[in-house]
Write a protein that binds this ligand. Structure first.
Ligand code: F6R
Length: 322
């Protein structure tokens, strides 16, 4: 019996191509007028792009807020730009936040395959159907980036895109590392750590282990974990947990030192795996960090004889809420 019935492996392998296609989708779409705050509303796989945008725009004067809720924050005003992102277009929290945003008369762009959001929104970027939302990260992230670039809010240079696509296209290397990590994890629960800057990358690993491999997984950041979570390792043993550190060349020097010392301290209680993001540009580093985890979660599903694609429990829960 094949386990990967919907061929998630191909979807993951095609991710660089998905990014290329996604880069074309926002062509000609922009917003006008003053923008001094950006909000990305979405849930689960459709919210990850918002988290990544927040990292990408960390040095911008325009703050990015990710809204995983039914309501927009009170400080939304006429200078706010809202992206309502829902792969299906039928996620109730995102629809509700969208309706709240409409009441506030702000600029809104929807990114969706259709659904209710697709019919309600005036400005819509339609993305291709047929994927699991979490596997459509290219389609949910790059249209947002494109609109911001087209509107003169950010400057995305061709070199960073080129570097990212070049790195991701070495998919066999990501595949091999992912497979190795999955074997190493075995039956243990992964805890993924990154710097606060790459929090979203560690969180994506966690959610991919949850949704693709159907296992519990946790994440936390440096250096906050040095102030609490590290104490819990005292009662851990190597059979139950494994720690994965995602390291980045631009991690603060003190964070790098903390990661090394932490590894030394916790190594007697837990195995520690280290993953290094790749590339010079932030875009490459974020997506390469994520890509390793996508493969790792895929191979962990296979090792557990679990089909990585369906998330029946999430679908059933949504049905019960109707
Ligand atoms: C399933 C997945 C979920 C969905 C979430 C919201 O693959 O990733 O986390 O993203 O339930 O649904 P959408 O993305 O359709 O708004």
């Amino acid at each position: 019996m094949p386990i990967d019935n919907s061929n998630m492996l191909k979807v993951i392998e095609d991710f660089p191509q998905q990014c290329k296609t996604a880069l074309e989708l926002p062509k000609g779409i922009s917003v006008s007028g003053k923008v001094d705050k950006i909000f990305v509303c979405g849930m689960g796989g459709s919210a990850v792009g918002g988290d990544l945008l927040k990292i990408y725009m960390q040095n911008s004067k325009i703050p990015v807020f990710v809204v995983r809720d039914y309501k927009m924050p009170n400080f939304v005003d006429e200078n706010s730009l809202i992206f309502a992102v829902s792969y299906s277009g039928n996620t109730e929290e995102t629809i509700s936040a969208y309706q709240d945003a409409v009441k506030k008369k702000v600029k809104i762009v929807a990114v969706t395959t259709g659904g209710q959001l697709g019919s309600m929104a005036k400005k819509v970027i339609k993305i291709p159907t047929g994927l699991q939302p979490r596997a459509a990260l290219g389609y949910t992230f790059f249209p947002v980036l494109g609109v911001l670039a087209n509107s003169g809010i950010i400057d995305v240079n061709g070199k960073e895109i080129e570097e990212m696509l070049g790195i991701l296209s070495k998919k066999d290397e990501f595949n091999a590392v992912g497979e190795r990590i999955a074997k190493k994890i075995g039956q243990r629960t992964p805890i993924i750590y990154a710097s606060e800057m790459l929090n979203a990358v560690a969180y994506r690993w966690k959610t991919q282990f949850n949704e693709n491999s159907k296992v519990p997984a946790f994440h936390h950041t440096f250096s906050e974990m040095n102030h609490n979570e590290i104490a819990g390792f005292q009662s851990m043993n190597k059979n139950n947990f494994i720690a994965i550190f995602i390291k980045d060349k631009d991690d603060n020097e003190r964070i790098k030192k903390r990661m090394d010392i932490t590894k030394e301290i916790i190594s007697s209680r837990v195995d520690v795996e280290e993953i290094f993001t790749r590339g010079e540009h932030l875009l490459s580093r974020m997506f390469s960090g994520i890509y390793y985890g996508d493969f790792a979660s895929y191979y962990l599903a296979l090792a557990n004889k679990i089909d990585p694609t369906p998330v029946t429990v999430i679908e059933n829960l949504k049905k019960k809420l109707k």
